[in-house]
Design a protein around this ligand. Structure first.
Ligand SMILES: NC(=O)c1ccc[n+]([C@@H]2O[C@H](COP(=O)([O-])OP(=O)(O)OC[C@H]3O[C@@H](n4cnc5c(N)ncnc54)[C@H](O)[C@@H]3O)[C@@H](O)[C@H]2O)c1
Length: 341
């Protein structure tokens, strides 16, 4: 392991900068003195107010430039690259969500396929040191062999969202092969934390609780076959990305894909109980969700479990935050941000 730390003299372009992961990554880079060009279309897939809150925390940094635009607009993307000539690009802008892709396929093709293609084209015409892009654990589909390794067969996606992420990996590979664009794909595993995504289960459960509604758990009510998820705390994701930024793949094949997951899957029910406990701690009273069990939704997978050996070998890091510590940070933030009692 011989990795290069962040070069603060470089210009970093982060797409999806108003999003959950993009915001934290941008903030961390800015705090270290880097110049960050943030792009986001600030769409209303979830509460836009949260995106504006995140942007509001980035705007005071004088090395932050925010451009509200859609990455599916090729002319605009090219002009931004022409003007700012970024050294390192991190593409996090995408339509996220497995379930939403079942009903709304168009936007996945628009943002995840056309949008990513535009970013790759821009990297081709305005050469960069490195492009990193978000893939997803969902590419592993319903694979049974655990932990999931980067070399596993991933040609059986069970949602269009997963198909777009797997397609991104293929597209990046081609651009690295044909045009020598050094590219790194990041397979994130269920990322959570303060200021996270309201469409994700832990956030939705918390919203339901405070709205006085029961939570729906899609595990068939079958505790013996409970779902397992490799939940990864946001700070670990940011550290993993940051360690890779100035370490593009070298050698003949200039494309590589890493899992960034916790390497420690938790039962969904354990995660929910921990969320109840951490909310109880934040509020100083006992919290218990009213639970309704339902059948698994199409596109859902029974388990995710990341092997992190490759990442650890490359940059000497693997995610380490326990769900107890991570969820406590989420619960404290939620109670404070939404002023709930
Ligand atoms: N959070 C997770 O658990 C997780 C897991 C696996 C993969 N990912 C991937 O990581 C990336 C970041 O995820 P996140 O959790 O921060 O999601 P997010 O939805 O909070 O952030 C994505 C941001 O991209 C913006 N965006 C979407 N389409 C755009 C477009 N066409 N042009 C410009 N901006 C656009 C959105 O407004 C949003 O602010 C995504 O690619 C997602 O698919 C996330």
């Amino acid at each position: 392991m011989n990795y290069k730390p962040i070069d603060t003299s470089k210009t970093y372009l982060v797409t999806g900068a108003a999003g959950f992961i993009g915001y934290y990554l941008s903030r961390n880079l800015l705090e270290q003195g880097c110049k960050v060009i943030g792009i986001d279309n600030v769409n209303d897939y979830y509460d836009v107010h949260l995106k504006h809150t995140r942007l509001g925390q980035l705007e005071p940094f004088n090395k932050f430039i925010f451009i509200k635009t859609d990455i599916s607009d090729k002319d605009r993307v090219m002009k931004i690259f022409d003007e700012y000539k970024p050294n390192v690009v991190v593409n996090l802008a995408a339509q996220a969500g497995v379930r939403y892709s079942i009903e709304n396929p168009d936007i996945y093709i628009q943002s995840n396929i056309i949008g990513f293609y535009n970013i790759l084209e821009a990297c081709r015409y305005y050469p960069v040191d490195h492009i990193l892009y978000a893939s997803s654990s969902s590419v592993y589909g319903a694979n049974k062999k655990v932990p999931f390794e980067e070399t596993d067969f991933v040609d059986n996606p069970v949602s269009l969202y997963a198909s777009t992420k797997k397609s991104n990996e293929l597209m990046a590979h081609t651009y690295s092969h044909l045009y020598k664009v050094p590219a790194t794909g990041l397979r994130f595993f269920t990322v959570y934390g303060p200021m996270g995504r309201p469409d994700m289960a832990y956030f939705g459960f918390t919203n339901k609780y405070f709205a006085g509604e029961p939570i729906k758990i899609f595990n068939n009510g079958d505790f013996a076959n409970d779902l397992y998820r490799d939940f990864t705390f946001i700070d670990d994701i940011v550290e993993g990305i940051e360690r890779l930024l100035c370490n593009p793949p070298e050698g003949e094949v200039q494309h590589i894909v890493y899992n960034i997951g916790n390497n420690s899957p938790e039962k969904l029910m354990t995660f929910i109980q921990t969320l109840e406990k951490t909310l109880s701690n934040s509020l100083g009273r006992e919290v218990q969700f009213e639970k309704v069990f339902e059948a698994l939704k199409p596109g859902d997978v029974p388990a995710t479990y990341a092997s992190t050996d490759l990442l650890q070998k490359a940059v000497g890091f693997k995610p380490k935050t326990s769900i107890k510590d991570g969820l406590q940070k989420f619960a404290d933030w939620y109670v404070e941000y939404y002023k709930v009692k």
